[in-house]
Structures are given as structure tokens and as C-alpha cells.
Design a protein around this ligand. Structure first.
Ligand code: PYR
Length: 288
């Protein structure tokens, strides 16, 4: 099973910091992450211009070709042009969320959106995130689309993810919930796309190892540690917290998020990090 990281986008004064993105990407790959999902939710994809999406891609490509390039937006021309750009740059896999905000779009138009992207690139993944985009591109819809090679399903229902496998055999299926890393691996999905891989990649790699050794109970304990960290971070705003946790846990700077995802203040940073370290110490003690 693969561990895929939806990489954050480092900003300084509202501009992408390419060097920090490259350093973070290298560090995650060294920790054992398999692929880098660029311009996802954690990467603030919907808040990036087409040029910025391309900047992120090119930065990550300087480090690795193990990339999934997310190209979705509400402008079909831009989506297709990014898809073409990905192809020209030799990107193996691109992905897109469904058109968001327009929650009343009929299924036929969602199907058409993805078919148009498939016209530009031969390996297209669906990024399904119903709670954010306001519509569920489920297993039956994917069958109707007919050309998708994979899906990242950000969904608390593992059954929902499994149905893609049943209805579309041969399709790669990844669940995108931080709380279902162990479950995704143990149930035979193709892996996980977990934002927590930004700050605890080694823990996710260890969860995978434990599952493969049949030590499901130990994997579950590590999953619970991730759950507590994520739940803590969500209380401060998940994406801004991830920047603080990368620096505090991994020890290098990844800049800031960009408003409207405002960076945390100094007091919150310290509080978040102190609590995160306590959680990690608690689990590491139980381990010993
Ligand atoms: C993302 O940040 O893109 C996830 O799916 C978690």
C-alpha cells in the first residue's frame, strides 16, 4: 500500500517559497512516503492561481517524479491547460476534484467535466471530497465516467471507498482520512492520502509496517496517536496547524499558510506544540 502526502504549500509574505517546498518534499520522501500529491486541500489548491499550481508542480518535479498533480478549478480552460502542462512535463498522474460551489450541478455535467480532463491526459485520478465540494462522485458515477484510473476518496466511510474497488476493478483507490490510515491499508485499499504525513510521516510508515507484519493491535495504537494529534490540530484550524507541527516535530521551517488561512499566533503555536509533544510522549511511553 502507498502512503501519499498531500504536501502543504510554504508561503512567505503571500508568495510560494520554492526552496522550502523542495526541502520538505525531500524530507518526506526520505521518511518513506511514496508519492507527493500537489495542490490538494492541505496544499491550499482551491486558493492557488493556475501559475501557482504550476510553480508547485515544477518545484516538486525538481525533487521527484513521484507526483500526482491536482489541476481542478472552476475554469475548464485552466483545468485543461494545466492537464496539458502536466503531460508536457512528463507527469504520470494528474487529479481533480469535482467543480465545487455549484452544488446543484447534475451528474451528467460532472461526468462531462472528468471526461474532458481525460481527453488531455491518460492517467487521471478523481479527488472525491463530498463534504468540501458539495457533491459525491461515487463508484457508480466513476463507472459512468469510464476513464478514471484512480481515486482519492476523502471520506470517513471506508465502505464508500471500498465500493470503488468493487464497481471499478483495476482502479487504484486511496482513502484520504487521517483517521483511516491503518484501516485503508488493512482492508486492501491501495493506500492512503493523509495530511498527517506532512508532520508524522514515519508514524504512517510504521503503521503500514505493523499491518504488514500482522501486528494490527500495535498499528491501531499508532493510529490512535495520529487521531489525537489531528483532533488537537483541528481545534486550532487544521491547515495552519500543520505548518506549526512540521516545524515543531520535524525541525525545519515550512513558512506560513496564506490568508484566509491565517497563520497561528505565538501563544497558540506554543500551546499546540506543547500538547502535541505530550500526546507523542504518552504513546511512546506506552510503547516502551
Ligand atoms: C488533502 O489535503 O488533499 C487530503 O486529501 C488530505
Amino acid at each position: 500500500a502507498e502512503i501519499i502526502v498531500p504536501v502543504l504549500t510554504p508561503f512567505n509574505d503571500g508568495k510560494i517559497n520554492i526552496e522550502l517546498l523542495k526541502e520538505h518534499t525531500s524530507s518526506l520522501l526520505k521518511a518513506g512516503v511514496d508519492r507527493i500529491f500537489v495542490n490538494g486541500t492541505t496544499g491550499m489548491g482551491p486558493a492557488l492561481s493556475p501559475g501557482e499550481k504550476e510553480t508547485n508542480l515544477k518545484a516538486v518535479l525538481e525533487v521527484t517524479d513521484k507526483v500526482i498533480f491536482q489541476v481542478g478549478s472552476l475554469n475548464m480552460g485552466e483545468v485543461k491547460s494545466l492537464a496539458r502542462e502536466g503531460k508536457e512535463l512528463g507527469v504520470k498522474t494528474i487529479a481533480s476534484y469535482a467543480p465545487y460551489y455549484f452544488t446543484g450541478l447534475p451528474k451528467s455535467l460532472i461526468v462531462r467535466y472528468f471526461k474532458e480532463i481525460c481527453g488531455e491526459h491518460d492517467e487521471v485520478y478523481l479527488y472525491n471530497y463530498p463534504s468540501a465540494v458539495g457533491k459525491d462522485v461515487d463508484a457508480e458515477t466513476v463507472k459512468e465516467i469510464g476513464c478514471l484510473k484512480g481515486v482519492k476518496d476523502t471520506n470517513d466511510s471506508i465502505n464508500h471507498s471500498l465500493q470503488y474497488k468493487r464497481v471499478n476493478p483495476g482502479m487504484k483507490v486511496f482513502n484520504g482520512a487521517d483517521t483511516l490510515v491503518m484501516t485503508s491499508i488493512a482492508t486492501g485499499l491501495d493506500g492512503t492520502v493523509s495530511a498527517a504525513a506532512n508532520f508524522v510521516p514515519e508514524v504512517l510508515v510504521e503503521i503500514r509496517r505493523k499491518v504488514s507484519e500482522g501486528k494490527v493491535g500495535e498499528a491501531m495504537k499508532l493510529q490512535f496517536m495520529v487521531d489525537e494529534l489531528v483532533s488537537l490540530a483541528k481545534g486550532y484550524g487544521y491547515i495552519p496547524s500543520i505548518y506549526v507541527l512540521v516545524k515543531g516535530i520535524r525541525g525545519y521551517d515550512v513558512g506560513n499558510p496564506r490568508p484566509p488561512l491565517f497563520p497561528l499566533g505565538d501563544v497558540e503555536r506554543k500551546e499546540l506544540l506543547d500538547k502535541a509533544i505530550k500526546i507523542m510522549e504518552k504513546y511512546n511511553k506506552n510503547e516502551a
